[in-house]
Ligand binder design. Structure first.
Ligand SMILES: Cc1ncc(COP(=O)(O)O)c(C=O)c1O
Length: 373
């Protein structure tokens, strides 16, 4: 699905120099590269503050903790989604409220958000799924109307751009009150282990986020609130400083690969390629197709047999996962999510794909789909 070895080889000397300089400096915790990376990323994405942390899940948890929500707060998240948002909501003993998504874009369906808002709703957490922005303008308008916070999960869409109706362009994670991201190695901006960051434009909120990620201490050994220990390692920050310089090129390579898939798949109307929209760029963290005909699970098995990796993002809507059974939201409530979970299949997507590889992947996908009709 990814080729991190080839990607690494192309910038190996730069990366290894960066790592070695941290190793030799012994500034392993909160070394100078952390602050430098935070500043460089803030400039790159247009955020006033970037706060490094240990991973993208921690980033979401710290973001929620910083809002000081009441114990009965409800938080809106998409039902077709990675687990992290709902997981941290539940972990903090708050309540996730699922909302269905669009069939074509896979993003949270804004038209269905308002019906899910109750007096207890405090936050909307859009997830910019697979590399494209959720439709932020109406989400922000709804949030303003109901006095809600917006936390954007940008783990899959770093540097994707959203265009507002007045022509303003903003990057994913900088439009709401807080944005979060992950630097998991396979992410568009990935480190060599775990890493994450929180984005924010408000100085007071940034101060709270920073304090919470540091055990709740602003001054050494003065713990003003209960926090967590969530740090971005200096070695990972040094790696990320190097890779940030290549991020635009990496995203362009993914977009080129997506264009190639689109061209190769154009003759096959039953294989539905990811939708593009006019108000968001797509940075193709994943290339997720929908099979309108054929048996997706059999197609996956056949592809495995051909030696071609594919993945199912995601096999079940979150409300149908055992971890969230306690919410009592059974089958049929989020029909689009359920449909997607039966129909989607992700093809390899990364910065190093060749046209030949993609042609081979598509040839076998078409063969597999036809075999299951
Ligand atoms: C949408 C989304 N949110 C959050 C996360 C969590 O990131 P991490 O694995 O760094 O905790 C991921 C990771 O895959 C993700 O895809």
């Amino acid at each position: 699905m990814v080729d991190l070895v080839t990607q690494h080889q192309k910038i190996q000397a730069e990366l290894e120099d960066a790592i070695l300089s941290v190793v030799r400096s012994a500034a392993y915790i909160k070394g100078p590269d952390v602050k430098l990376f935070e500043t460089e990323l803030a400039t790159a994405i247009g955020a006033n503050h970037v706060i490094g942390c240990a991973n993208g899940t921690d980033a979401l948890q710290v973001a929620l903790m910083a809002l000081d929500l009441p114990a009965d707060a409800e938080i809106i998240v998409p039902s077709f989604n990675y687990v992290a948002t709902a997981e941290v909501i539940s972990l903090l003993k708050l309540t996730p409220v699922f909302v269905d998504v669009h069939l074509d874009t896979y993003q949270i369906d804004v038209a269905k958000i308002e019906a899910a808002i109750t007096p207890k709703t405090k936050v909307i957490m859009p997830v910019h799924l697979f590399g494209q922005c959720a439709d932020m303008e109406p989400i922000l308008a709804l949030a303003a109307k109901h006095n809600l916070y917006v936390i954007e999960d940008t783990a899959q869409a770093i540097s994707a751009e959203y265009t507002f109706s007045d022509g303003t362009v903003k990057k994913a994670g900088t439009m709401g009150h807080v944005g979060t991201t992950s630097f998991f190695p396979s992410k568009n901006l990935g480190c060599m282990g775990d890493g994450g960051a929180i984005f924010c434009n408000d100085d007071a909120l940034a101060d709270r986020l920073k304090t919470i990620a540091n055990h709740g201490q602003r001054q050494l050994y003065l713990f003003e609130r209960v926090g967590v220990n969530s740090r971005l390692d200096t070695i990972q920050a040094a790696v990320l400083r190097v890779k940030l310089r290549y991020l635009d090129g990496y995203n362009a390579a993914r977009q080129k690969a997506a264009d190639t898939y689109r061209e190769l798949l154009a003759p096959y109307s039953d294989i539905i390629v990811p939708a593009t929209v006019s108000n968001s760029t797509h940075v193709y963290h994943q290339y997720v197709l929908r099979l309108a005909k054929g048996n997706r699970n059999q197609v996956k098995k056949l592809m495995d047999g051909y030696g071609i990796p594919t993945m199912i993002y995601y096999p079940f809507p979150l409300n149908l996962q055992e971890a969230f059974a306690y919410l009592g939201q059974g089958e049929g409530l989020f029909p689009i999510s359920e449909q997607l979970c039966h129909e989607v299949i992700a093809l390899p997507m990364h910065t190093e794909l060749s046209h030949e590889q993609q042609a081979r992947i598509v040839e076998h996908l078409v063969k597999a789909v036809q075999a299951t009709l």
